[in-house]
Design a protein around this ligand. Sequence first.
Ligand SMILES: [Zn+2]
Length: 326
Amino acid sequence: MEYERKVTEEIQYVPKRNSTTPVPLRVHDGLFIRAWHYARRVIKLGISVVFYFCVGTTDKFWGTMGKLRPAICVVLHYHGVRPLERSRFARQMDTLIGLATPIPAGNRELLQPGKRYAVLTFDDGFQNVVENAVPEMVARRIFSTIFVVPSLLGGNPVWDTMGADYIREERLMSAAQLKALPTELITIGSHTATHVWLPSVTEAQAREEISASRESLQRLLHQPIDLFSFPYGGCNDRLIELCREAGYTRVFTIVPRLAFRDPHEFVTGRIEVNPSDWPIEFRLKLLGAYRWLPSILKLKKKLMAFLFPEESLVRMPDATRYDPES
Ligand SMILES: [Zn+2]
């Protein structure tokens, strides 16, 4: 519970005063903005390389003392895999099974010390996932969970795409496609009924979004829906509690933390990945080397609150951003 509270403190991204939606992070075409995104990506990568080697050295030290490091489990979250990205996605899956053991998102078993595990998740339920990602995962027998928005099945994503307008052209899986997925490898979770920014709605609306989406998917698929992911990562303690009351057994955020240290963990963090990630970037994410990010986000939040006390801290973390250039 202490861990969960710590996590949720970090992921309560409050909408701007008098605003009901999160501040949109627009995808700009300007050269300067692109250069800035690229520079930030390189900086994050550099820090992750240093982090990875520091942690690796510590692990080796414990190894010489005859102790195994604790298991490492990382939950990856994708959105779509477009046709041109399929081969890159396939290479990422090869890397995944080479470096880690894929396990289901609903895992309840104790992880073995010294081993690496990976969990694969997809938010939104795009058709391009069925067309391009599912065949590659099935060929490699990799478990995954797809979080869908039941009221929009078969339609287009009509929610706020934070400026990534290309997403609106994508189609979402139909009910028939959902039913045809191989259940031994792919589980379905809820991503609310309408992909709403939950922190902005009333408690009654949030409860409805969380519960009705579960019930509707259960009716459609004739199976329990136990897993939930928050649209845009927007959540707080009360929303997490509503998920518990609705009967979910685990909820997923977008805070890149190691997963399943406790097999009964209710709130699980994830790291965003894209088929366009550089191979070294993907590898390091998979190895948990980006888990320093939450600490930096927390520091940034404190710094912003100190520098601009009049302004509510409104930004969503970088990890939530749809970035077609990354
Ligand atoms: Zn989403």
